[in-house]
Design a protein around this ligand. Sequence first.
Ligand SMILES: Cc1cc2nc3c(=O)[nH]c(=O)nc-3n(C[C@H](O)[C@H](O)[C@H](O)COP(=O)(O)OP(=O)(O)OC[C@H]3O[C@@H](n4cnc5c(N)ncnc54)[C@H](O)[C@@H]3O)c2cc1C
Length: 225
Amino acid sequence: MKLLTGVMRGGAHSDPTPARRTARVVEVLRPHPGLTVVRLIADEPLLFRPGQYVETQIPQVPRQWRPLSLAMPPNTQGQLEFHIRAVPGGYLSSTVHGETRRGDVWQFGQVHGLLRPDGDRPLTMIAGGTGLAPMKSILLAMAMSGDNPDVHLLVGARSPGLLYDSQSLAPLAATNPWLKVTQVTDARRDPWWLKRPATAYRACHCGTAHWWTPCRISISPAAGS
Ligand SMILES: Cc1cc2nc3c(=O)[nH]c(=O)nc-3n(C[C@H](O)[C@H](O)[C@H](O)COP(=O)(O)OP(=O)(O)OC[C@H]3O[C@@H](n4cnc5c(N)ncnc54)[C@H](O)[C@@H]3O)c2cc1C
């Protein structure tokens, strides 16, 4: 696998559009207590490539810009999606989690980033938490093309209840034979505050990064196993 990682901030790879675009919130989902998924419709389509991120301002926190990864590829309907993890005490993320509503108008500045698949060799994508967002954008874009390398997406979370978006990933994997999705969790059981029944998981070791090891792995419905 080879991925080109984009410039994080202020890089030379900004898009040529005017500095500001606006979009209206049309749907707010809170799949678990630490995550908000926000869907918007842009007034004018935003120019970006799958895997990129955009400087974002919300109406409740004026003059504060935060980079957020776009979770959908560009489309003519102007549909945008963001996955936002609530950082305790964080200005933007905790406000999104507590206050974002349908009808809010978000502003967007410049788009950055060079995260993208490289070549036509088999690809492994590893997404922890909201790291799924740019991967989802890339995969949805790939699904529009008939000719793709095999892709294995590993989606990681600390416990089963913190995995999210299976409802998008499962049909994507089911309809695209080149894609396999595996969900991986650190713990077998959810913390008490998630209040979800525990699921049976096979244990395995995968990698050496601190929060991946040891981990437990399940083959999700999306993987077709
Ligand atoms: C390229 C890029 C893409 C990003 N994409 C996303 C995305 O798709 N979804 C998403 O939820 N976030 C994403 N982020 C992070 C996002 O930009 C904000 O940093 C994050 O939402 C916290 O902002 P805040 O205003 O809530 O926190 P702040 O008010 O800025 O910070 C409050 C405190 O939290 C700490 N903090 C800030 N961020 C984190 C963090 N991520 N983890 C732990 N502590 C933190 C700060 O150091 C500070 O002490 C991305 C960041 C970058 C650089």
